[in-house]
Write a protein that binds this ligand. Structure first.
Ligand code: ZN
Length: 144
């Protein structure tokens, strides 16, 4: 922690790249273990999602179950610490690989979300945009 503090004090314009590890304290499971090996199921690839009705059904079935974890997650101390650094103009650029939106929910301005944000859904047929919460209601209604 002391080394990190000194590093931050020495470098006034930080480029921050965050990944899944920052959100585990918020209860969002990491896809990799400490050695970097993937744990759990393989994610559905975009080309499969776009090209296969079966893959899309599988994705949404899994997402129906998994979404509440992301929806109920709250930013943790690391997200808030980066927000505090940004407020002091110490973060030149904040880029995340995460789709959970927790940097934004912590109040971080101008987050670049490399893989998008799971909160926003666009219909592949008509292009209409929906919140993920609205899609969850549609999924639950379709399940009955
Ligand atoms: Zn549509």
């Amino acid at each position: 922690m002391q080394q990190l503090h000194e590093f931050v004090e020495r470098h006034p314009r930080l480029f921050v790249l965050s990944g899944a590890g920052i959100s585990t304290e918020s209860g969002i499971p990491c896809y990799r273990d400490r050695e970097g090996q993937r744990t759990g199921r393989a994610p559905i690839l975009l080309k499969d999602f776009l090209g296969s009705d079966y893959a899309r059904r599988r994705y949404w079935a899994r997402s129906l179950i998994g979404w509440p974890v992301v929806q109920n997650a709250r930013p943790n101390a690391a997200h808030h610490a980066l927000r505090a650094l940004a407020a002091r103009s110490r973060v030149h650029r904040l880029v995340t690989q995460n789709v959970d939106g927790l940097h934004t929910r912590a109040g971080n301005p101008d987050v670049i979300e490399l893989h998008g944000n799971i909160e926003r859904v666009r219909c592949m047929e008509c292009g209409e945009r929906h919140t993920r919460a609205a899609v969850q209601r549609m999924l639950k209604a379709a399940r009955r």
